[in-house]
Design a protein around this ligand. Structure first.
Ligand code: FAD
Ligand code: THG
Length: 835
């Protein structure tokens, strides 16, 4: 047997034990799990988790994690009993908004391949006889529900014990009562963990420490952006109605239940009911004040993750519960506690390697629901170098530095706790903190009445009220029909006017939030050559659109690479994950060969960018610059340094909206002046400031993909319609070998452009697509195409569905007719953009 790397897993909760299992089942044979508590009841969140598993999630990745957990725990059996009780899951609606949202969620579940159905109030009662189907206080009533038959209850504590048992048989070593006190390292790599009983050597350390994750991170200078919060859980006294129904003391036979309109969830617990509440104030936990329980005194009722029950916080939830489940009016609270778990700024888990300490991994802020799936992904990451499930929404490094600060993590995580069961529109921005990152044009944008949404901390205008008068002049063929309710939220008809002006005159777009990196050094070319699919070895002045791939050919990101000087490149990338990837790869390259050093810097905040686009863009800039910006003076996908009204600007001839013009970069201090000069010079040409609403519509018309939404690491370039971005005859880059194989295989699925047949239905994204009555794919991005006068939706579909075929998109439970269209819808001949 070949020896695998030495792995130490910190924490024997549901995540750590699942990881030991996933690694050992892949043949890794040198694994130690270190747990501060007793292994029989470690005392973390898992030790008291009621184990509800709702697979429903807006994220495909999270649903995949949950479904994997369900199936794995179902198959984890002993003495004829599995670790999953598949009682089904029921989400109730007591408002029309919630019912509509459940229909939307049903669509998402279909998209992700999980069966679900909407049921009416009568069926809800039939399935869950304890429900009050009369009037609830406030006049509401149960209107229906979303039933997911494969949901249910994870027997988490039992699963942990069975996983320990089975992995021990495979040779995994468990050290209970052993606290990790530090991480040993040398030369930027982990070498072991320091514990209360000595050092355990390791090549790889995975912190699965749950809500202790931030403390573990501090040992290695890593800000782990999670917040420990307390959450109330109660078990009632027995109900006569349930007597004898469930054999086991903590058994259940009825579906797990969510009453989201009141932030509550329920499960049967023998002949009692277990109640979980998010209806209370957020209760951040002071880690220095955890209950000190000597390990040998740990019990169901005494453990570090269990704080005293604060009855006053539960009283409103108790009222609402007795309203919904009248049988509980005769019951009391038998047991209650404030249990501790982790929340994060965006609600997602934290998975990945410490960018500055090789071999230190994190798998934290993970629910029982997703635990086996996350463990599988981490095991794949370690064993194969890459998870088969797309991890971009769960990457440890997805946050900007400012988003990992104590104050940001605390505020946003608490807000997530409060909003966890709210009906949230996909575009709904956080309320606070806002104005965290603003571009130099922000003051002008505010003067123009910008409506801002937030992304990665940036304020981004979606439209400008100042453009409203243009609606009076808007030609008939640019007018968009009225939208349905959800599609109309965070949307303004003004976007039509901004698109119209951009396509017929000229628009000014704030591109500052697009992350920019500078790569310098004698090894810069080699680095980018190795990591990208593009031919970036061209002479200075060239800009290349290309991809960063995983080893297996999955798309890690799509980027633009401008060669500014021989040893100086600037990149437009998608997120902080790209920055950390390039930064780490540059460091490794420099270490391997100091002569080939390369340095990667994030220059986003110190610079800014304006997109000046439209058929009259050249007229506008011509008034301010004597540089040759003619077609030959600066060709498509070329860059040069120019002067605009005396301001040094780097002009890149490209456009994500598909119009003639440039991305104009300058350093932050000149930004406002540049904006003012362009806006002033553009007045006679009808210039408008344009927002993301118009921008997104135009980029879809042009067929430009948005990484993370249209394609992810799950997809390879050919099926994504991005085969053109792989340089001809280029070899030796990351992913090249698997691409060469894939190129030979016919694609089974393809990213397609759909147009909706009836103009009023603008879908949102993630809706299932039906062909011949069967759900076969799902929508990625969608927008109304103002130029083409139709709603557009990009969707993943089987390759057998061809251009011209009729399909249906399910939107809030209704089927909308659409047609697979040839793309791009606008300017396929590139006359406008090259004009
Ligand atoms: P844990 O179980 O906390 O394991 C981490 C382990 O690391 C602990 O055992 C700890 O002792 C150990 N550790 C920490 N620091 C060190 C150190 N320095 N040295 C050695 N060991 C260390 N999730 C669901 O999916 N469904 C639910 O219905 C559900 N209900 C919940 C109800 C309540 C009241 C609470 C509080 C949580 C609930 N959760 C639920 C969340 C769920 O319990 C957790 O997300 C999950 O158990 C986390 O598992 P874990 O393995 O990451 O963490
Ligand atoms: N601008 C810059 N960098 C970026 C983006 C951007 N990086 C991230 C993201 N956006 C990348 N996405 C795209 C998508 C399409 C194009 C540019 C960036 C694009 N595509 C041409 C096309 O498909 O016709 C490429 C043509 C070619 O390769 O010659 O322009 O917005 N700076």
């Amino acid at each position: 047997m070949t020896a695998s790397p030495r792995v130490v897993i910190i924490g024997a909760g549901i995540v750590g034990t699942n990881l030991a299992d996933e690694l050992s089942s892949r043949g890794w044979n040198n694994i130690t799990v270190v747990e501060q508590g007793p292994l029989e009841l470690a005392g973390g969140s898992t030790s008291h988790a009621p184990g509800l598993v709702f697979q429903n999630n807006g994220s495909k990745t999270m649903t995949e994690f949950a479904t994997y957990t369900v199936n794995k725990l179902l198959s984890l059996t002993k003495d004829g009993q599995s670790c999953f009780n598949q009682v089904g899951g029921l989400e109730l609606a007591t408002t029309p908004e919630r019912l509509a949202d459940l229909k939307r969620k049903m669509g998402v579940m279909t998209s992700w391949g999980v069966e679900s159905r909407i049921i009416d109030a009568d069926e809800c009662e039939k399935i869950y006889p304890l429900l009050n189907t009369g009037k609830l206080t406030g006049g509401r009533e149960v209107l229906g529900g979303l039933l997911i038959p494969t949901d249910g209850l994870a027997l988490a504590a039992r699963a942990v014990q069975l996983l320990i048992e089975r992995t021990r048989e495979r040779g995994v070593n468990y050290l209970g009562y052993t606290t990790v006190t530090g991480i040993a390292r040398e030369g930027g790599k982990v070498t072991g963990v320091e514990t209360s009983t000595g050092v355990v050597p390791a090549d790889i350390v995975v912190s699965c420490a749950g809500f202790w994750g931030r403390e573990l991170g501090k040992m290695v200078g890593l800000e782990v952006p999670l917040l420990p919060l307390a959450h109330q859980y109660v078990v009632t006294t027995p109900l006569p109605e349930l007597e004898g129904v469930n054999e086991l003391p903590k058994g259940a036979s009825k579906p797990i239940l969510r009453y989201q309109d009141k932030d509550l969830y329920y499960r049967e617990w023998g002949d009692s009911i277990g109640i979980g509440s998010y209806a209370h104030r957020p209760m951040p936990v002071d880690m220095s004040a955890l209950p000190e329980v000597p390990a040998d005194e740990m019990s169901d009722h005494r453990m570090p993750s269990r704080l005293d029950f604060t009855l006053e916080d539960f009283l409103p939830a108790w009222e609402d519960t007795r309203d919904l489940l009248p049988a509980l009016r005769n019951a009391d609270i038998q047991d209650g506690f404030n249990g501790i778990f982790s929340f994060t700024p965006d609600g997602g888990p934290l998975i990945g390697e410490h960018p500055d300490l090789t071999g230190f991994f994190v798998a934290e802020a993970v629910w029982v629901t997703h635990s086996s799936g996350v463990a599988k992904a981490v095991a794949e990451l370690l064993v194969e170098g890459r998870s088969r499930t797309d991890l971009h929404g769960t990457e440890l490094t997805r946050f900007e530095k400012v988003q990992t600060s104590d104050s940001y993590v605390s505020e946003t995580s608490q807000q997530n706790f409060v909003e966890i069961y709210d009906v949230l529109h996909p575009l709904q921005p956080r309320k606070s903190p806002r104005d965290l990152r603003v571009s130099p044009f922000n003051v002008r944008q505010k003067e123009l009445g910008a409506f801002f949404l937030e992304s990665a901390g940036w304020e981004r205008p979606h439209w400008f009220e100042a453009n409203r008068p243009l609606l009076e002049e808007l030609p008939e063929e640019w007018r968009a029909p009225e939208r349905e309710e959800w599609a109309n939220m965070f949307h303004s008809p003004i976007s039509a006017a901004e698109a119209w002006k951009t396509r017929t005159a000229v628009g000014l777009y704030d591109m500052t939030p697009l992350k920019r990196l500078q790569v310098v050094g004698p090894g810069a070319e080699a680095l980018l050559h190795r990591l990208s699919t593009g031919n970036i070895t061209k002479k200075p002045g060239a800009v290349t659109y290309c991809l960063l791939l995983e080893h297996d050919g999955g798309i890690r990101s799509d980027v633009t690479v401008a060669r500014l000087e021989q040893e100086k490149f600037q990149l437009g990338v998608n997120s902080n994950v790209d920055f950390d990837y390039l930064r780490v790869e540059a460091r490794k390259q420099s270490e391997a060969d100091p002569a080939q050093w390369a340095h990667v810097t994030d220059i986003t905040g110190s610079t800014c960018c304006i997109g000046l686009w439209g058929p009259l863009a050249r007229e506008v800039i011509g008034k301010l610059s004597s540089d040759d910006l003619s077609n030959d003076g600066l060709r498509y996908f070329r860059t040069k340094e120019i002067s605009v009204g005396g301001i040094p600007v780097s002009a890149w001839r490209l456009s994500y909206v598909g119009e003639l013009g440039w991305e104009l970069y300058t350093t932050a201090e000149y930004g406002l002046k540049l904006w003012d000069l362009l806006f002033e010079a553009g007045q006679e040409f009808g210039i408008v400031a344009g927002g993301r609403g118009a921008f997104n519509s135009m980029r879809l018309e042009k067929g430009y993909r948005l990484w993370g939404t249209d394609m992810t690491s799950e997809h390879h370039p050919y099926e994504s319609g991005l085969g053109f971005s792989i340089a001809k005859d280029k070899t030796g880059f990351v992913g090249a070998e698997s691409l060469a194989e894939r190129k030979e295989q016919p694609a089974t699925r393809v990213l397609r452009c759909l147009t909706v047949d009836y103009g009023t239905s603008v879908v949102l994204g993630k809706e299932p697509v039906y062909v011949g009555g069967e759900a076969v794919g799902y929508v990625t991005s969608a927008a109304y195409g103002f130029t083409v006068h139709k709603p557009i939706a990009y969707a993943w579909l089987p390759a057998s569905v061809g251009i011209g075929d009729a399909v249906e998109i399910e939107y809030f439970g209704k089927r909308v007719a659409a047609t697979v269209s040839a793309e791009p819808l606008v300017d396929p001949g590139m006359e406008r953009i090259r004009g």
